[in-house]
Design a protein around this ligand. Structure first.
Ligand SMILES: [Zn+2]
Length: 265
C-alpha cells in the first residue's frame, strides 16, 4: 500500500520529531552534502524525517538496523529529491539492507525465447515498483573507492529513472527541459564513454556506466552528487542536464562554500 503523506501529516511529524543531533552531526560530513547551506540542510533534515515515516527499512540476514543506519540510508535517498519532493518516491515502500554483498538469482529469456537462470553477486538493486536493496558494507566502500562511487545514490537514481518508461536512462523531465536535448546529450556522452572503456583508457568515472544507458544515468548521478567537478570536467553537457533535472548545482555550491574533503572528520 502506497503511503502518501498529506501536508497536515507532514507538518505534524516535523513539529514533533527531530533527528538526534549526535547522528545528524556525523551525517553532515558526507561528501554528497558538501557545500550545502543552512537552508538546504534544514530542508534535507525535514525530508529525511518524512522519508523515514513513509518507508520501511528492514535488515536481511539478521542485520540490526540502528537509528544511525536509518538516517544514513534516508539521507542519501533524500539528497536526490531535495528539490523534487518526496512524491518522486511514492510508488514503493521498502528498503532492504544486507550486511554485505548479496546474491541475486533470476530467470530471463534471450532473443530466441530461451529462458536462462542467472546468479549474480551484487551490492545494490532497485526493483520496478518494488524495494531498493542495499549492501551496508558499501557505506565503507563509498569512501575508500579510488573512483567516485556511492551505491546508495546509484540505486535511488534508478528509482527516479524508472518513473518514466522503466529504467532507460531518461527520468520524467520537467516542463523547462527538452526530451530531445536530453536524448542527444546522453547518447553522445554514452557513446564517447563506451569508446574510452573499449580502448582501455583510464576513466575518472566507474566503467560500470558503460553497461547500459540506465547504468550510465545512475553512475553519473553518483558523480554529480559526490564529485560534481569531475562530471563537469568530463561531460559538461550531461552535468547541465542533471542540474536541470535534480534542480541542484552541486559544483557551484562546492566551489562557493564546500569544505575540502581532506578536512572532513
Ligand atoms: Zn545500476
Amino acid at each position: 500500500m502506497a503511503w502518501h503523506l498529506n501536508q497536515w501529516w507532514r507538518n505534524r511529524i516535523l513539529e514533533r520529531e527531530e533527528i538526534p543531533q549526535h547522528i545528524w552531526q556525523k551525517m553532515i560530513h558526507l561528501r554528497c552534502l558538501n557545500g550545502m547551506d543552512a537552508d538546504e540542510l534544514r530542508r534535507l533534515q525535514a525530508l529525511v524525517l518524512l522519508f523515514l515515516h513513509a518507508k520501511v527499512i528492514n535488515g536481511a540476514h539478521d542485520l540490526e538496523i540502528t537509528d544511525e543506519m536509518r538516517v544514513t540510508v534516508a539521507l542519501q535517498a533524500c539528497v536526490l529529491i531535495l528539490n523534487l519532493g518526496l512524491d518522486y518516491y511514492d510508488d514503493w515502500i521498502e528498503i532492504i539492507v544486507y550486511p554485505g554483498e548479496f546474491i541475486l538469482e533470476y530467470d530471463y529469456a534471450d532473443e530466441a525465447g530461451v529462458v536462462h537462470h542467472a546468479r549474480n553477486i551484487v551490492s545494490g538493486e532497485a526493483w520496478l515498483s518494488g524495494p531498493v536493496i542495499l549492501s551496508w558494507q558499501e557505506m565503507a566502500n563509498t569512501h575508500a573507492a579510488p573512483v567516485v562511487h556511492n551505491v546508495f545514490i546509484h540505486e535511488f537514481a534508478h528509482k527516479l529513472d524508472m518513473l518514466h518508461e522503466g529504467a532507460n536512462g531518461c527520468p520524467p523531465l520537467h516542463a523547462n527541459m527538452s526530451a530531445q536535448t536530453w536524448c542527444d546529450v546522453f547518447s553522445h556522452a554514452y557513446a564517447a564513454f563506451c569508446s574510452q572503456v573499449e580502448e582501455g583508457a583510464d576513466t575518472a568515472i566507474d566503467i560500470y556506466a558503460a553497461e547500459s544507458p540506465a547504468e550510465f544515468f545512475a553512475v553519473l548521478s553518483e558523480v554529480f552528487f559526490e564529485s560534481p567537478a569531475v562530471l563537469k570536467q568530463h561531460f559538461v553537457a550531461v552535468y547541465e542536464q542533471l542540474a536541470l533535472f535534480y534542480r541542484q548545482d552541486p559544483a557551484k555550491r562546492v566551489a562557493a562554500g564546500g569544505w575540502p574533503r581532506k578536512m572532513r572528520s
